[in-house]
Structures are given as C-alpha cells and as structure tokens.
Design a protein around this ligand. Structure first.
Ligand code: COA
Length: 157
C-alpha cells in the first residue's frame, strides 16, 4: 500500500491545495493531509478549525484522511507508515525552499521520498496569505477556496 503524507499549515486550505490533493489521491492508495501544529507562522485559524474545514472540503475523496501533527514531518510520516511526502510546486520561487526541505527530510530518513506535483496555472498565484489579505480587505475569495472555508469566513464577518 502506497501512503503519502501531504503536510502544510493550510491556514486556510485553498483550491490550489485541493488540486494537489486530488492528484495525489489518484496516484497513491491513501493520502494523509496533515496540518503542522508547530508552524512558525502567525495562525489565522486554530489547528482544529483547519482540520475541520479540510474534512468538510475533502469528504467526497474516499482515500484521503485528515490529521494534524507536532514535531518533524518526517517523524510523522514514519509513524504513519508513509512512503512519500507530497508537496505542491506553484512557481520557480517555491523550488529553492522545497529543495532544502526535501533534502533535510531525506538526510533525516532516506526511506521516505518527497514527490512534487505542479499546481494548475489558474492556482499559481494563490497562497493562504493572499486569501487572508483579500478576505481582510473585503474582497471576494469564493473563487479561491473550497465552499466550507468560504462559508466559515463569511459567517465570521
Ligand atoms: N496551492 C495554493 N497555495 C499553496 C500551495 C498550493 N498548491 N502549495 C503551497 N501553498 C501556499 C501555502 O498556502 C502557504 O501560504 P502562506 O505562506 O501564505 O501561508 C505557502 O504556499 C507555503 O506553503 P507550504 O510550503 O506548504 O508551507 P507551509 O508553511 O504550509 O508548510 C511545512 C511547511 C509545515 C510542511 C514544513 O514547515 C514542515 O515540514 N514543518 C514541520 C517541521 C519540519 O519537519 N521541518 C523540516 C525539517 S528541517
């Protein structure tokens, strides 16, 4: 059984993330999308809110599990018996950081490989920060986020 862990802060999850996740779910037997608890970034949503939103957003994809984790991604991947860490690449600017992350992970454990998938061009510019900025300035985020994220944020206003 090929298991992939798709880690990130997902604050909030976007349609770009869903795109990568769907592709991963077609290739691997199971994809575990996992929210990193100890991200250094200032949190917008709590980890519990993020997990809940992801669960609602991916409920139609059978072989996806939603979870959160503390500590190193590679240790979490090992604990979950994953073979692969799945990451999305949007632009060349993502490459250097992703290369470092992947090399650090492979130095920590060479058994688990990182696989990159390219995001669809229409999602290239999306990031969670872009979404937050549009939302906080009363712009329309409906095109960029799954319905459950849109609903939660609308109800918060
Ligand atoms: N579509 C849309 N946006 C995307 C995307 C996609 N396909 N892929 C990435 N992004 C966005 C994210 O929303 C995020 O936006 P933001 O910076 O505005 O929040 C940005 O691109 C960066 O995302 P990502 O590269 O996934 O970083 P992250 O902070 O979400 O996750 C971890 C990074 C959690 C995977 C990494 O820090 C980690 O593994 N931490 C655990 C500790 C560890 O093991 N460190 C490595 C060993 S040294």
């Amino acid at each position: 059984m090929k298991i992939a862990v798709y880690p990130g802060s997902f604050d909030p999850i976007t349609k770009g993330h869903i795109d990568i996740l769907k592709n991963g779910a077609e290739i691997f037997d199971k994809v575990i999308i996992a929210v990193a608890r100890n991200s250094e970034k200032n949190a917008f949503l709590t980890v519990e809110e993020r997990v809940e939103l992801i669960k609602k957003s991916v409920k139609d994809i059978e072989n996806v599990e939603v979870d959160s984790f503390d500590g190193l991604t590679i240790e979490y991947a090992k604990k979950r018996n994953a073979n692969v860490i799945l990451r999305g690449l949007r632009a060349v600017s993502d490459f250097e950081y992703e290369m470092q992350l992947s090399q650090a992970n492979s130095a920590l454990s060479s058994d688990i490989k990182t696989i990159f998938m390219i995001t669809k061009p229409k999602y290239n510019f999306i990031s969670s920060s872009t979404i937050k900025e549009i939302y906080l300035n009363n712009g329309d985020i409906s095109k960029f986020v799954p319905e459950p994220v849109y609903e939660l944020l609308q109800n918060r206003k």
